[in-house]
Design a protein. Structure first.
Length: 125
């Protein structure tokens, strides 16, 4: 089976957590595997068009939720893009903090970051 293409939506301040997630995927004992399709460098003025194409071309989206999410306009746009395009998405806390969330995430399930949750999501894509 081919690796799943996963877009990782994260606040730029949380880049380290994205790196941790990709690192977990690359561990030999990791029960999940995916190809990281997240945006690693800022795009030009057409970034939303480029980003939408990338999100639509992915099997799923992992959104890393933190205290930075409420102010991360780009991340919130990426999450909304996934919802608009019907791309499966899992929201995951990056740590034990439970900050105030942007209104777009009110009532949404936010999962604990765990191998079981990631495996279930990725295997289901």
């Amino acid at each position: 089976m081919a690796d799943k293409r996963v877009f990782i939506a994260f606040a730029v301040e949380d880049k380290t957590y994205r790196d941790f997630l990709v690192g977990q995927c690359n561990l030999k004992k990791s029960p999940f595997n995916f190809i990281d399709m997240s945006v690693k460098e800022p795009w030009d003025a057409n970034w939303k068009t480029n980003c939408r194409k990338r999100v639509k071309g992915c099997d799923g989206v992992v959104a890393l939720i933190s205290k930075n999410t409420a102010k991360a306009e780009g991340q919130k746009w990426e999450i909304q893009c996934a919802y608009d395009e019907g791309v499966p998405i899992i929201l995951m806390w990056v740590n034990d903090e439970r900050p105030a969330l942007p209104s777009m995430l009110a009532g949404k399930r936010i999962n604990v970051w765990s191998w079981d949750n990631l495996t279930t999501f990725i295997d289901g894509l």
